[in-house]
Design a protein around this ligand. Sequence first.
Ligand SMILES: Cc1cc2nc3c(=O)[nH]c(=O)nc-3n(C[C@H](O)[C@H](O)[C@H](O)COP(=O)(O)O)c2cc1C
Length: 169
Amino acid sequence: MGKSIVIFFSHAGDNYAVGNIKVGNTKIVADYITEITGADQFEIVTHKYDGMAYAPLCDLAKEEQQQGELPPFEGEPENLDQYDTVFIGGPVWWGTYPQVMFTFFSKYDLNGKTIIPFTTHEGSGLGRCVSDVKKAYPEAKVKGEFSIYGHEVRSGREKVEKWLKSIVK
Ligand SMILES: Cc1cc2nc3c(=O)[nH]c(=O)nc-3n(C[C@H](O)[C@H](O)[C@H](O)COP(=O)(O)O)c2cc1C
């Protein structure tokens, strides 16, 4: 795999199926990947959705997607040139990754790298995430994708381990 990094967004707080959670579902998966593979990590952080209840967040996320908004995030990853493999993960929001992840895609060029997309979701699986990553990075090798139900992640470490074993050579 070469040197790798896990880049992800995850929303803690009120959510579907899991109630009000302190640590987001995708963060739990990102942490499993980091622990198991020794990859570095960059979390895409925004405080735009802090404290929002599930229903208004759904409305806002839909609006952002329809308008193609690119909400800003905090911080910057360090020297992405050093990585061969990039795990990209997030929740599925209205069928694909949250718009703030597209902000990241528009700022950082990952063409030429291996990209491994993953999602947590409540029924959509990978949704349009893989094709959207391919659109953002047409010259990347996008493969090995994985999805898991958000309500399964807390007891889902073994599933993540099994997936990683199947793709990490
Ligand atoms: C705004 C919003 C939109 C969502 N849209 C979908 C969807 O289209 N398909 C789906 O399967 N799950 C959807 N979900 C559920 C999340 O994908 C799921 O709960 C995920 O595990 C959340 O991950 P997180 O805790 O890392 O943010 C949505 C959740 C939110 C808050």
